[in-house]
Design a protein around this ligand. Sequence first.
Ligand code: XIL
Length: 357
Amino acid sequence: MFHSVASHAASAEGPSLAARLASRFQVGTCVGGVLPGSLDPAERSLLTRHFNVLTPENCMKPGPIHPTLEGFDFTAGDALVRFAAEHRMAVVGHCLCWHQQSPAWMFEAGVGREAALEQLRAHIHGVVGHYRGRIQGWDVVNEAVADEGEDLRDTPAGRAIGPAYIERAFEFARDADPGAELYYNDYNIERPAKRERTLRLLKRLLDNGTRVDGVGIQGHWLLDQVPFDDIRAAIDAYAALGLKVMITELDLDVVDRPDCGADIALQRAYAPNEDVYRDGLPEPIAQRQAAQYARLFQLFGERVGAVTRVSFWGLHDGKSWLNSWPGKRTNHPLLFDRACRAKLAFDAVLAGPEGAP
Ligand code: XIL
């Protein structure tokens, strides 16, 4: 049994992460939901104390929010937007067009290009219009760039509409809420080859007059394998296009996983003996994680003006998707542990580079 010497109860008292970093960039997290039963009081205070921008983890994705051709389900999204307003937090809408967690009917084979375009339009106008004026910005298109080979991923939307589905999605979102920012969001787009493909896509969009305001680097990184130099170069390259750069889904996986980017379709079985940290995070690992988080925030801080937001993908370790993807095992990728206590990583980020272990 490992002892949690690496954690303390800085959650409810003590300095706020978002307040500490407010002069540099927004600090956010995704949240699974705020409906009754979703958050206990400790989680609620953690959320409102340390973060100033929320991303819905699932409830605004095309599948959950638009399950049938006729009907939207805004229940969870409305609660989240209300909660954010009550606590003076911003909301990032995630996401309008994605090849996963999307309803099959939207781009069904044989649907026809015009019908598919109309369904994309109706979806984006329905969702963005519903939240008009209440969302800071939308991840308009998520994960459109291929991991290898061709520039664009083979997706249902692309097959039904052609590559211009991307331009159209951005136009529909702009028309539905001209005041909301429009983002392109993807994983591994700091890596040189995928970065080049992404830059080509973004240049194409900007050159043909499509409004794009920012790019989200998801940031699902692994302990000891954080590509610091690639991240720095990618931030600079995207900022050079005049785009805001955001780290949108930050976590630092401490359990080894195959090199699978963030493809949620992947599932593998972890044997019990591979669930190495089920009893807790050993202090030496917590220290390495803290040091790597500190370096990341140092890097982001050196690019103030370019980096406008850093959002974690999960409130605390117990809520992280990395406990179930790409297979079930106990993970510890965030700044707070399962009891909502601040980990060494929290202290290191808060202290800045000088205070890193
Ligand atoms: C994940 C959620 O965290 C899970 O709860 C869900 O089961 C699958 O999706 N890239 C994204 C996010 O853009 O929407 C994904 O979120 C993680 C990878």
